[in-house]
Every structure is written in structure tokens, then in C-alpha cells.
Design a protein around this ligand. Structure first.
Ligand code: NAD
Ligand code: MG
Length: 392
């Protein structure tokens, strides 16, 4: 039995992960679950999966959970706050850790798992955006194994040769082609974008996801974050990463080789495929996802991304090229702007402007330490809030 800790178990990726794990209950044992504030959901998951540990980021929520488990499952240990999340990530009985907390909040717990040399199933792309260089150094130093869950990076991983860590040039890889659906507003009239609601932005045409990543998909910041994620996962310079808009979301990404070959991974848009892949790797097992019906799909379309319509994608390319604290600042400003948009405090079209202003103002910081990166993150959040409150 392989012990698995699921960080962010009450979210979209967390639920898909538990679904796959339950299909292979003879092979995996859930040893730790974590959530932010969703006491009811985590309580139900505790009863169903009987982990050894349940942790909640919010202290009051953890107290409520502990109270409810006292009678029904007193053997489950309940912890709170970041120390609790880290304890779940580093749990001695967990060989695999699903990192599916959303945002920079996932970085510290995921690093705790890295430092125990575990197999990390990495959904939390923001961890790599904020601290890519440091994160990959820690992976190396502790002999951890990082398997990408993000569907594009999982696809790229599947299309890469096994020895890609020798360097992309050495193994004949020319480019990584990241596909993007273009989100719900790919063809919406530009004049209408200022008036779109959070519900419209979260209604993704192909994927059912958490609210933050859904808004990121609508601005295409999600693809920008994924460019930075690919830069670190595959040691690919930004010039070797190309974004290809592919509205059907059937090809999850591609690798182009020097001999002209392009390898692609295809599948129905369901995160249980990359999750099952990373769990079973280097083997394969079922995921619950239906087989692809190519006759029903019939056609696949491709187009270049429109940077005019999606300035967030340009900002992400600029941030990864600038390096230093810029990606951490980009991420923090984006988290604040998206949250404010979801709270109906700023229009959808204000998101890129906030991020661009913050990137211009927060440029200094030590990107070589976690403390330095977290300081830049805090400063960027502060400046973003000031920008918004001053009514840009
Ligand atoms: P979600 O909002 O549905 O779930 C987030 C989870 O994290 C929940 O369990 C929540 O309780 C927990 N959480 C939120 N804030 C927290 C905090 N401050 N501290 C501790 N825990 C916290 O998000 P999601 O869509 O499942 O996405 C999770 C991660 O996976 C994100 O980084 C996202 O970019 C990435 N991802 C998601 C998908 C998808 O299909 N949903 C695809 C690719 C990548
Ligand atoms: Mg993705």
C-alpha cells in the first residue's frame, strides 16, 4: 500500500484525486487530508477515507473539525495553520503528496514534502511561479520526484524523452508547445469584456475548475503562469516555449523535436487522467475517464494567442524574462486582483492594469531565499490593494 497525502483535498483537484484513489483502494491508503475552511467537506472526507491526520489552515475551522471527529473518529489527529499543513505534507506514512492547494499558500507545505524526498504530484503551479529556482534546487537536494498534474505539463512530460533532464538541446527538443483553450472570452467582443461577471468568467467552456484558476483562464494569466511553470519543470528558456490556442482542449500539449517531429498527448478534458498518470507512473492504471472519441471530435483547430485581448499573457512572459522577484510579484498581484474581481470590487478588464502597475513598483528583493520571495509577495499584495483602493 502506498500512503498518499492530499493537500487541498476539498478543492476541484482534491476531489478528482480522491475519486482516482478510491478506484484503487487496494493500492493506495489516504494518510492525510487538508483544507482551508470547508469543515463540512473535510469532515465527510475524514469519515470516508479515515486518514491519520486532517489539517485546516484556519484555526477556528480546525477546532470545529476536531470537535465533530471526537465522537465519530477520535483516532484522526487534527492540526491547524501552516504547521498543520506542513505536518500533513511531511507525514512519515505518505510516500506520495498531491499538492493541490491554490495560490502561493501552497508553497510552504509543498516544500515541506519536497524536503522529505517524496513523490510530489504538483498541481499547485503558483509554487513554481513564486519560487521556481529555489523549488527545483530543493527537489534536487532532497531527491524528491516532481510529476506535473497541470494537464499541459503532464502532457509535455509524457511527450518528452526519459532523459530530458540532460538538457533540452542535448535530447533534440526544439520547443515546448503549450496548448490553451482561450477560455470563455476568446471570441467575445472586446467592448463587452468590461461588463462580464464572475459567474461568466468562471464558466469555462471545457474544464470544471476552482474559481481562481477559472478567472486565470479567462484572462489567460493561467497560460502565463504555465509558461513560467514549464520554464522550471523542463529547464526550458522562455524562447523555447510557445503558446498555441486550441479551443477544443483535446491536445493537452506538444513537444517539437529538431527532426521536425511533433509529439502530442490527447485525451478528454478531465483532470483524473493526469492524476492517474502521475500516481501510476511509470506504469498506468485506470482513471475513470472515458476513451477519446475522435469521430465525435472530428476536427482540431489552432490559432496564435491574441496579446492585445490577453495582456496578462504578455505580462507573464515579461516577468519570467525579467527574473528575480518579478514572477512572485506577478503572482501575488494577480491573486489580489482576481480575488477583488470575484468580490465584484473591480471589473474584469482592470486585472491586467493592477498587475502591470505592481510589477513596475515592486522590483527589488532577494529571490534566492524563501524569506526574500515571501517579502516580495507581501509587498506586492500591499501595493495591489493600495492600487485598487485608490480607485485606478
Ligand atoms: P480549488 O479552489 O477548487 O481548491 C483549492 C483547495 O485549496 C481547497 O481544498 C481549499 O480548501 C484549499 N485552500 C485554499 N486556500 C488555502 C489556504 N490559504 N491554505 C490552505 N489551503 C487552502 O482549486 P483547484 O481548482 O482545485 O486548484 C488547485 C491548484 O491546482 C491550483 O494551483 C490550480 O492552479 C491547480 N490546477 C487546477 C486545475 C483544475 O482543473 N482545477 C488544473 C490544473 C492546475
Ligand atoms: Mg493547465
Amino acid at each position: 500500500m502506498i500512503g498518499v497525502a492530499v493537500l487541498g483535498s476539498t478543492g476541484s483537484i482534491g476531489l478528482s484525486t480522491l475519486d482516482v484513489l478510491a478506484r484503487h483502494a487496494d493500492r493506495y491508503r489516504v494518510v492525510a487530508l487538508t483544507a482551508n475552511t470547508g469543515v463540512d467537506k473535510l469532515y465527510q472526507q475524514c469519515l470516508a477515507f479515515r486518514p491519520r491526520l486532517a489539517a485546516m489552515a484556519d484555526t477556528d475551522s480546525a477546532e470545529q473539525l476536531a470537535q465533530r471527529l471526537r465522537d465519530s473518529a477520535p483516532e484522526i489527529e487534527v492540526l491547524a495553520g501552516e504547521p498543520g499543513l506542513k505536518a500533513a505534507a511531511a507525514h512519515a506514512d505518505a510516500a506520495y503528496v498531491m499538492a493541490a492547494i491554490v495560490g502561493a499558500a501552497g508553497l510552504a507545505p509543498t516544500l515541506a514534502a519536497v524536503r522529505q524526498g517524496k513523490r510530489i504530484l504538483l498541481a499547485n503551479k503558483e509554487a513554481l511561479v513564486v519560487a521556481g529556482s529555489l523549488f527545483m534546487q530543493e527537489v534536487q537536494a532532497h531527491g524528491a520526484e516532481v510529476l506535473p498534474i497541470d494537464s499541459e505539463h503532464n502532457a509535455v512530460f509524457q511527450c518528452m524523452p526519459g532523459n530530458f533532464r540532460e538538457g533540452l538541446e542535448a535530447v533534440g527538443v526544439e520547443r515546448v508547445l503549450l496548448t490553451a483553450s482561450g477560455g470563455p472570452f476568446r471570441t467575445r467582443r472586446l467592448e463587452e469584456l468590461a461588463g462580464v461577471t464572475p459567474e461568466q468568467a468562471c464558466a469555462h467552456p471545457n474544464w470544471d475548475m476552482g474559481r481562481k484558476i477559472s478567472v486565470d483562464s479567462a484572462t489567460m494569466m493561467n497560460k502565463g503562469l504555465e509558461v513560467i511553470e514549464a520554464r522550471w519543470l523542463f529547464d526550458a528558456s522562455p524562447a523555447r516555449i510557445q503558446v498555441v490556442v486550441h479551443p477544443q482542449s483535446v491536445i493537452h500539449s506538444m513537444v517539437q523535436y529538431t527532426d521536425g517531429s511533433v509529439l502530442a498527448q490527447l485525451g478528454n478534458p478531465d483532470m483524473r487522467t493526469p492524476i492517474a498518470h502521475a500516481l501510476a507512473w511509470p506504469g498506468r492504471h485506470s482513471s475513470g475517464v472515458a476513451a477519446l472519441d475522435l469521430f465525435e471530435i472530428a476536427r482540431l483547430d489552432f490559432e496564435a494567442p491574441d496579446l492585445q485581448r490577453f495582456p496578462c499573457l504578455r505580462l507573464a512572459f515579461e516577468a519570467v524574462s525579467a527574473g528575480g522577484v518579478a514572477p512572485a510579484v506577478l503572482n501575488a498581484a494577480n491573486e489580489v486582483a482576481v480575488e477583488r474581481f470575484l468580490d465584484n470590487r473591480i471589473p474584469f478588464t482592470a486585472i491586467p492594469g493592477v498587475i502591470e502597475q505592481v510589477l513596475a513598483q515592486v522590483t527589488e528583493g532577494d529571490a534566492t531565499t524563501l524569506d526574500g520571495l515571501m517579502a516580495a509577495d507581501r509587498q506586492a499584495r500591499l501595493v495591489a490593494e493600495q492600487q485598487i483602493d485608490s480607485g485606478i
